[in-house]
Design a protein. Structure first.
Length: 318
């Protein structure tokens, strides 16, 4: 799109970064905050053994929401009982038959983790690696180190839609870190350092109601950039931001016109891992019912060499 927005180097000229904080060869960034003590802190919030899976269904009959320009996953049946109707099907001693299928999908076409090298500006990705290391696949800061490590800690649901008394947040609706704190307070809890932030907007409900019309004037609700918000993320040492939207933040910043500046300020500069397209509805209903908005969060994206992202089915365990 044509834009008069300032370049990201101008918008983020004085933005903090964590490059080198965990060494010159680091590829997982703020996930380093999730130590064994943080795992145990998360476990202490398991009180009833309820498990919630946060991945959206791939191949949903109602459609799969994806970033504009990406296509939904296509599952193809390769073998099923019909293959044994004629000669030529595999034959096994004992008469075994089986089904087989494959999937053709964008790795970021479902609930997924971004690699820290997924976005960049000014020729550098996370930790100062040269952007040319992405050519042909991410040699640095791919999703593989994140997947090898796993993500476990205290999760906190921040139900912004319910906090604002809405079924879903509106197109382009914004909120700040101060709004997140007020939401947490209204839920009877406080955001603590090293928390995994999980934000519900329920915006993708509109995709399932509107279909392709959902993409007209596409501008998701979400966090809006400010220097204060970025400093807050750095001071709170937030390791992971999880949302139920396609791109975690308001798509086009209403103040400067840039696209996805928080991807650059948080992921590229601070090493905050981003998780998108989560299904938070069952979790949100349970949290509203019992008043417990903190839990053990655990996730392990697929281990894919050189990849910029990976599908994931996170768990919230209460």
């Amino acid at each position: 799109m044509t834009t008069t927005a300032p370049h990201m180097t101008e918008v983020l000229a004085d933005a903090p970064n964590n490059w080198g904080k965990w060494g010159d060869d680091d590829e997982v960034g703020a996930l380093n905050y999730l130590t064994a003590d943080e795992v145990m802190r998360g476990i202490r919030h398991v009180r009833k053994g309820a498990v919630f899976t946060l991945q959206r269904l791939i191949g949903d009959p109602k459609g799969d929401p994806v970033w504009p320009g990406r296509t939904p996953a296509v599952r193809t049946q390769i073998l099923d009982e019909s293959n044994w109707d004629d000669e030529g099907a595999p034959q096994f001693p004992g008469g075994l038959h089986y089904a087989d299928d494959k999937i053709d999908a964008f790795l970021q076409g479902s609930t997924q983790y971004d690699a820290l090298g997924h976005v960049w500006y000014d020729g550098k990705i996370w930790n100062g690696y040269d952007c040319r290391t992405t050519v042909g696949g991410l040699d640095k800061a791919s999703v593989e180190p994140i997947a090898q490590r796993g993500i476990v800690g205290r999760g906190i649901l921040l139900d912004m839609a319910r906090f604002r008394g809405k079924d879903t947040l509106d197109k382009g609706e914004t909120f700040t870190h101060e709004d997140l704190q007020e939401c947490a307070s209204a839920q009877g809890v406080a955001i603590e350092p090293h928390d995994i932030l999980i934000i519900r907007t329920n915006f993708l409900k509109l995709f399932h109601e509107q279909g392709e019309a959902f993409y007209e004037g596409f501008n998701e609700p979400g966090l809006v950039y400010s220097p204060e918000l970025v400093r807050w993320f750095q001071e709170m040492e937030i390791p992971n931001l999880v949302t139920d939207t396609i791109a975690n933040e308001v798509t086009y910043d209403p103040n400067n016109g840039t696209a996805l500046p928080l991807h650059c300020a948080l992921m590229r500069n601070l090493g905050v891992t981003l998780t998108e397209i989560a299904d938070l509805e069952q979790l949100a209903e349970d949290c509203a019912s019992d008043g417990q908005y903190t839990f053990l969060y655990a996730a392990a994206p697929l281990k894919i060499h050189l990849a910029a992202g990976s599908p994931v089915n996170p768990l919230a365990i209460k």
